[in-house]
Ligand binder design. Structure first.
Ligand code: ADP
Ligand code: ZN
Ligand code: ZN
Length: 801
């Protein structure tokens, strides 16, 4: 008797235990760990993952597995273990972790069909099941007592295939091909015999005499300027035949990638790559932090590391921030490794994603370049994992399981005994600290290729502007520079940080920002209550009219959107042609590319936008980058605000003068002397690191302390508050004395969709029991969570505060 342990996709699985099911006779070979099955659960049938197969069960009266959904496991044993680890780390359900590892198509509800690929050439038993049809549903197959083994061997022989049909959209794309149905000399004869007026048919026959390969019907129509009926006429004469072929959807069908060869490495590249090569050669796990300025040639180091990995017959995962997965980036990998590369990112259709994933699953490619979830690529012989721009927050998933791709990379690196390379011009503070302590091996590339200098950065003090009577959001200096570039037909990028939700309070006279004395976090203005509140602890004060430091009445509540900036800019520089890029203008599919193309083709002078223009873009004609509201970043209610400012300023500055024309950067700020602004303008990461570490130490933030953020929401405000208070109490009671519990406090966005949101936070150094305590708390509230009234989100190592 064989029994499968199955993790089922049901909300009642409040603990992560599996359920035992009998394996139907004859299916023992097929039902192995990592295969998805459909099982009876109560009155329903649900999907589940087989995680183990055993010979006995402690339960009597087991039910039987209903269907097998995969012919080969979709999760390897490594990924099955990883899923359990991930769920434990993030306090989520195993099923959530497994779902997160698979492309959407495999998660969705879908129908299966069995299709015969031959006519009358099937084993008898199958032939009967098809009963003269080409396609039967999987359910029919099972109802008629179809035999899995025979099906399996027929699939191996290529006489049948399984199609997955998701919401009536095929996951496997089939295309109609046309090809000659006769020997070529017979076609030639037919051509001679064609009546004179059959000119259209002649064209097609001549085409096939020159290209006898099967060709997509749509392409044939195009190439021969012909019609379906003409093609059909030739098919009816048995000169041509049609066939359906399964093809991969190719998101880059219309792009050609020019083949590139490895460049001779510069000295600093050589120095950086040598230890990586050694680790690859020795099949040794080690984490490298490649700290290289923008343009230092990090990508070439990645490429030549991968080359080494491929030479050893192994595979590579490259993670790139979602926003940077531009055709430019893809080109560099496809250009070097061609058909060995699969690409995974969110702009692909579900079908395209499925196809790219299938290539990995079937070992038809050896490299994947992708966004966060590509870290779960089902490779089994990894030789390297690379995370570019490792400081990017998009590597953290903001829904359960709230994992960080870096931690998954380290897990897989250890499993495969391969190096993990984290690359950045501005590493996350935690990463650089680990490198300093030799937990990671630090590799430095301080110089740009081509001896290009970083563009000079000019800081404009907005307090001065005010004193000189300029109350607008543009300094005289910036306007002057903008007009000058427009006159020279050069282009400008204007950057405004996403204002987001919070409004901070600043004195325009002295530049003072009102902060929480305990947390060093900018206080946020709450309109409803006219209070200034700290979002970490519960500190709050009434709204002020005069500056507490200098008593000036030039207090301002900040919060400007891109649209306002555009209006003001047009008033100041009426001749400017502006492309505005923010969430509003890029909502439609393809809008992003359209706007960028417009700018690229110089139909606009100024690209004005938020975060989304900060990275990856590379315009030859941009010679001026302006940053309008440095202070808005600096004063986000987030302990990382200085770090994020430094990262953004560095990245934004890298947009100017990347080519022949020299570039310049202008930063407008009320906080000229803030170390993040000053050091970013000098491109001095090392000094920034030292300064910022002091702050982190003083105020007990990472990497000295860890944080856990717990967010509670409920339609009833009192209830949300009460649950948060209860959770804080429980944590206070059960965690050690060394842990600090902050809050409860309203979340930065106090109310979304009529749900009130409160949060509390744990600051700690070492709390080994924390996860099990939190899991118990979640279980305690389980019923209310299920009824959908209450949500409790737990975020370890939060990035969005
Ligand atoms: P990074 O990834 O660090 O920002 P890139 O890899 O984009 O830097 O390199 C910057 C530029 O230098 C690119 O145009 C790249 O083609 C070029 N480059 C990189 N390595 C070499 C090399 N060894 N020889 C010549 N050019 C190089
Ligand atoms: Zn003041
Ligand atoms: Zn506080």
């Amino acid at each position: 008797m064989s029994i499968a342990k199955v993790i089922v996709d049901v909300p009642t699985s409040q603990t992560n235990h599996s359920f035992d099911y009998l394996i139907p006779e004859g299916l023992e070979e097929l039902i192995t760990p990592g295969v998805r099955v459909s099982v009876p659960f109560g009155p329903r049938k649900v999907m589940g993952f087989v995680i183990a197969v055993t010979g006995k069960s402690e339960f009597k009266k087991l039910r039987t597995i209903d269907q097998v959904m995969d012919m080969t496991p979709v999760l390897t044993t490594e990924l099955l273990d990883l899923g359990r680890w991930l769920a434990d780390q993030t306090v989520s359900f195993y099923i959530q972790a497994y779902q997160a590892m698979l492309p959407q198509v495999l998660k969705a509800k879908y129908k299966k069909e069995i299709e015969s690929l031959t006519e009358g050439d099937l084993p008898d038993h199958l032939e009967k099941l098809f009963a003269g049809r080409a396609v039967i549903s999987f359910d029919e197959f099972m109802e008629r007592k179809g035999n899995y083994r025979e099906l399996l061997s027929a699939i191996h022989e290529g006489t049948v295939q399984i199609n997955y049909i998701v919401q009536s959209k095929e996951t496997i794309k089939k295309v109609l091909f046309i090809e000659p149905d006769k020997e070529l000399y017979l076609l030639e004869e037919a051509l001679v015999d064609l009546p004179k007026n059959a000119q259209k048919q002649r064209v097609i026959l001549e085409f096939f005499l020159k290209n006898p390969e099967p060709v997509e019907k749509s392409k044939l129509v195009q190439k021969c300027q012909t019609t379906s009926s003409t093609i059909q006429a030739l098919i009816d004469k048995n000169l041509l035949r049609k066939s359906e072929k399964k093809i991969y959807r190719n998101p880059y069908e219309n792009t050609t990638f020019k083949k590139t060869s490895p460049l001779p490495l510069s000295n600093q590249q050589q120095k950086a790559i040598t230890p990586i090569w050694e680790a690859i050669d020795q099949t040794r796990n080690e984490v490298f932090l490649l700290h290289g300025v923008t343009g230092s040639g990090k990508t070439e180091v990645y490429l030549q590391s991968i080359e080494k990995v491929l030479a050893k017959g192994k595979e590579a995962i490259v993670l790139v921030p979602e926003i940077a997965l531009t055709p430019q980036m893809v080109r560099r990998f496809k250009g070097r490794f061609g058909g060995e590369v699969a690409v995974l990112h969110s702009a692909l259709s579900p079908g395209e994603k499925f196809d790219e994933w299938t290539k990995i699953h079937k070992k038809e490619v050896k490299v994947v370049v992708g966004a966060r979830s590509a870290i779960f690529a089902p490779f089994e012989n990894l030789g390297i994992i690379i995370i570019d721009e490792e400081h990017e927050t998009s590597y953290k998933q903001e829904e359960q399981p709230r994992y960080h791709a870096r931690e998954v990379a380290k897990y897989r690196g250890q499993f495969h005994q391969c190096p993990v390379v984290l690359g950045s011009a501005t590493p996350l503070l935690e990463s650089f600290a680990r490198a300093k302590k030799n937990v990671y091996q630090l590799l430095e590339m301080p110089d740009r290729m081509n001896e290009q200098e970083m563009p000079p950065v000019e800081i404009v003090d907005m307090r001065e502007e005010l004193h000189q009577g300029n109350r607008s959001m543009f300094s005289k200096r910036l306007l002057e520079a903008i007009r000058e570039r427009i006159a020279k037909k050069e282009q400008i990028v204007l950057f405004l940080n996403r204002r987001g939700y919070s409004t901070f309070v600043m004195c325009r006279d002295c530049g003072d920002v009102m902060k929480c004395p305990a947390c060093d976090i900018a206080l946020t203005f709450h309109k409803s209550s006219h209070q200034l509140k700290c979002h970490y602890c519960d500190y709050q004060i009434p709204m002020v009219r005069n500056c507490p430091s200098c008593e000036s009445d030039q207090i301002r509540y900040f919060g400007t959107g891109t649209q306002k900036v555009e209006e003001a800019l047009l008033e100041a520089v009426p001749e400017a042609r502006i492309v505005r890029m923010d969430v509003d203008t890029t909502r439609k599919k393809g809008a992003h590319e359209k706007l960028l193309n417009k700018f690229q083709e110089k139909q606009a002078d100024i690209l004005l936008g938020t975060q989304m223009i900060a990275k990856g873009l590379d315009f030859e004609n941009v010679t001026l980058v302006g940053v309008l509201a440095v202070d808005a970043m600096l004063n986000l209610p987030d302990f990382r605000s200085s770090e994020k400012t430094f990262q953004l300023l560095t990245q934004v500055s890298g947009r100017a003068g990347r080519h022949k024309l020299p570039g310049q950067v202008i930063l407008q700020t009320y906080a000229k002397e803030h170390y993040a602004v000053e050091l970013a303008s000098q491109y001095d990461y090392d000094q920034f690191f030292l300064q910022e570490m002091k702050m982190r130490k003083n105020f007990h933030y990472p990497p000295y302390f860890f944080l856990t953020l717990i967010n509670v929401s409920h339609p009833n405000q009192l209830k949300a508050m009460e649950v948060t208070r209860m959770i804080s109490k429980l944590l206070y009671k059960h965690l050690s004395d060394a842990a600090t519990i902050l809050g409860p406090t309203p979340s930065p966005i106090e109310r979304i969709n009529n749900r009130y949101r409160y949060q509390c936070m744990v600051k700690y150094r070492d709390e080994p029991n924390q996860r099990s305590i939190i899991r118990k708390i979640l279980q305690y509230y389980y019923d209310e969570i299920q009824k959908n009234d209450l949500t409790i989100q737990v975020d370890f190592e939060p990035y969005q505060l």
